[in-house]
Ligand binder design. Structure first.
Ligand SMILES: NC(=O)c1ccc[n+]([C@@H]2O[C@H](COP(=O)([O-])OP(=O)(O)OC[C@H]3O[C@@H](n4cnc5c(N)ncnc54)[C@H](O)[C@@H]3O)[C@@H](O)[C@H]2O)c1
Ligand SMILES: O=c1ccn([C@@H]2O[C@H](COP(=O)(O)OP(=O)(O)O[C@H]3OC[C@@H](O)[C@H](O)[C@H]3O)[C@@H](O)[C@H]2O)c(=O)[nH]1
Length: 350
């Protein structure tokens, strides 16, 4: 039986007080001893897992998956900037004081939609840098394994195609996206420095564009925009030139990949994404055909530094995790449509 989910509204600046980083330790320090609680009878049968950003889109699906295992106890830390309590409502059945001893940390907290991460860029970079530092401090203190959800945006506007993990990227360090992409690059650096210096068990997933039910209707990312527009009979806004590409992964495939990475033996970074690549015009045409053949497609202005191409090389994920995505874009879009129809109250025409 699971003990229920403990959920608290938390910001990493507050969390700083709880997680001692202990940066005075030298490079020769042996790995930290896992929390002694791990060996107790109770905790052998119960894995305690912290999910930061667990009220968000990917995070809440990950929580659902982790809660399928009745021995797991899941704790969520989220400040509800882009996440919502509704995403977790079915799990909130127990309110207890927070146990800050955990075995695993899935560190997702960070706004992911460009509109939201650019809204308060200083906060975005603080979340990525200070937030990750604090979670690493917590991992170090309790001996937990920590997984960071990094991003394909670490490759910037890539000059190598498709992108494999050895590519160092082409990122504008002073651009409007850098709070996010440079923020995630520093987060990766911190993960590896804590691993090398303090022996922390780390996992890094480089997530490529993920879509599915529960995305915020007005999240601003392309798949949710197009589906909401198609259902509202509004033109699909393709940002120019429309030939830029993305590769879209369905959320259940993503969550499966994240759990495999956490449970496996490889630190990563490992690309997790679906290599099916589409231009934004092709995506709009697919949404039009599948959801609303009457809807218009219109070309609008783009934002600065928009990557022109993006497609994961997933050789590493296949070989090291035995993972590959199962759900094609044309099968995933109708699943998301169903969820958006319910939330927008637009029934399917007969
Ligand atoms: N969805 C994608 O396509 C994608 C692609 C690459 C990487 N990622 C990464 O995966 C993670 C989850 O993405 P998502 O799509 O679920 O985004 P999301 O915006 O739906 O979820 C992010 C969650 O983090 C919370 N959060 C933000 N700042 C916080 C802070 N300072 N303290 C506590 N909580 C905070 C938000 O309230 C939200 O619940 C992010 O780290 C993102 O960078 C996502
Ligand atoms: O209405 C829209 C929105 C977006 N777009 C285009 O669609 C493409 C994808 O844009 P999105 O805003 O969905 O997302 P991006 O690919 O730019 O960034 C994404 O990928 C990396 C992740 O870390 C981020 O979470 C996510 O924001 C871009 O080329 C953008 O110009 C449209 O054509 N129309």
């Amino acid at each position: 039986m699971h003990l229920g989910i403990r959920q608290f509204k938390k910001d990493f600046e507050v969390m700083a007080k709880e997680a001692s980083n202990g940066d005075h330790n030298s490079a020769t320090k042996p790995p930290p001893t896992p929390s002694p609680l791990r060996n107790s009878k109770f905790f052998q049968s119960n894995m305690r897992i912290l999910v930061t950003g667990g009220a968000g889109f990917i995070g809440s699906h990950l929580v659902d998956k982790l809660m399928e295992n009745e021995k797991n106890e899941v704790i969520v830390a989220d400040n509800y900037f882009t996440g919502s309590k509704d995403n977790l409502r079915k799990w909130i059945d127990v309110t207890e004081p927070l146990l800050i001893e955990v075995d695993q940390i899935y560190h997702l907290a960070c706004p992911a939609s460009p509109i939201f991460y650019k809204y308060n860029p200083v906060k975005t970079i603080k979340t990525n840098v200070i937030g990750t530092l604090n979670m690493l401090g917590l991992a170090k203190r309790v001996g937990a394994r920590i997984l960071l959800t990094s991003t394909s945006e670490v490759y910037g506007d890539p000059l190598v195609h498709p992108q494999d993990e050895s590519y160092w990227g082409n990122v504008n360090p002073i651009g409007v996206r850098s709070c996010y992409d440079e923020g995630k690059r520093v987060a990766e650096t911190l993960m590896f420095d804590y691993h090398r210096q303090h022996g922390i068990e780390i996992r890094i997933a480089r997530i490529f564009n993920t879509y599915g039910p529960r995305m915020n209707i007005d999240d601003g990312r392309v798949v949710s925009n197009f589906i909401a527009q198609a259902l509202r009979d509004e033109p699909l806004t393709v940002q120019s030139p429309g030939t830029q590409t993305r590769s879209f992964c369905y959320v259940s495939d993503m969550v499966d990949g994240l759990v495999r990475l956490m449970e496996g033996d490889n630190t990563g970074p490992i690309n997790i994404g679906n290599p099916g690549e589409f231009t934004m015009i092709e995506l709009a045409e697919n949404v039009k055909e599948l959801i609303n053949p009457e809807v218009e497609i219109t070309m609008v202005e783009n934002t600065p530094d928009d990557p022109r191409q993006r497609k994961p090389d997933i050789t590493k994920a296949k070989e090291l995790l035995g993972w590959e995505p199962k759900i094609k874009l044309r099968d995933g879009l109708p699943l998301m449509e169903e969820d958006f129809r319910l939330r927008l109250d637009v029934p399917k025409k007969k």
